[in-house]
Design a protein around this ligand. Structure first.
Ligand code: PRP
Length: 224
């Protein structure tokens, strides 16, 4: 189908909050994504298919035009480089903060600072902007363990409730960026399939403004 629209979704928590917004915009997967190992899903709209992939891969799919649009956390866009993507809409979901954090009461060393993170590009930029001499240590998860085991002096990580930091004797320090999930669009697709993509953006904007995602998370909170 020439005018087919492929939307790349971030799996996990972001997906759970994205699906109600898509549904409110009239786009529903043809089967239960959570019960399937498939990676591509048909929808009730014959011209729309969904990809369900890792958040760190969404900007890459959209940048290369393998997907026309995507839902990506701002943290991933900052890390992977979302500058060449069109970012028309803040979906206002999966909100958190990208922060530095360290052990409670522990001063940073005078010389080089060891920074553990999965956001190595963001960490490099943060340190460079402050003239901080840093050794960046790439980790893939459980960043909070690094200062505890003296692998690092600082971490750069996502903070939501702050519980993980507290539970590990750490404290948030600097706010690097407020994070939420964004709708991103491939620039060439935006031109080539303008009317259809614009219609999807408009319906999602209405859903966001109607607070569909907040309504859904409040219902879940009161049910649990
Ligand atoms: C994220 C993040 C923190 C935690 C923050 O980890 O890396 O560890 O959530 O949330 P909190 O402030 O509410 O405690 P996630 O569970 O996504 O797994 P990861 O460590 O593998 O990234």
């Amino acid at each position: 189908m020439d005018q087919e629209i492929i939307i790349a979704l971030t799996k996990g928590r972001i997906l759970k909050e994205t699906l109600p917004l898509l549904a409110a915009a009239g786009i529903e997967p043809a089967e239960d994504i959570s019960k399937s190992r498939k990676l591509i899903f048909e929808t009730n709209q014959p011209d729309i298919r969904l990809l369900v992939i890792r958040g760190s891969d969404v900007p890459t799919y959209v940048k290369h035009g393998a997907a026309d649009m995507g839902v990506s956390g701002k943290d991933m866009l900052l890390e992977i480089g979302g500058a060449d993507l069109y970012e028309p809409l803040d979906l206002n979901i999966s909100k958190c903060r990208l922060m530095t954090a360290g052990l409670v009461g522990k001063d940073l060393p005078q010389g080089r600072v060891r920074v553990a993170t999965k956001f190595t590009n963001i960490a490099k930029k943060y340190c460079a902007e402050r003239g901080m001499q840093a050794d960046i240590i790439k980790l893939y998860g459980a960043m909070e363990l690094a200062p505890l085991m003296d692998l690092a002096d600082l971490i750069v990580d996502i903070v939501d409730t702050g519980n993980t930091l507290r539970a590990n004797g750490m404290e948030p320090l600097d706010l690097i960026a407020d994070v939420s999930s964004r709708l991103v669009v491939n620039r060439a697709a935006m031109k080539r399939k303008h009317a259809r993509i614009q219609a999807i953006i408009d319906s999602l904007r209405v859903a966001v403004e109607a607070g569909i995602a907040e309504e859904k998370s409040n219902t879940e909170a009161s049910a649990s």
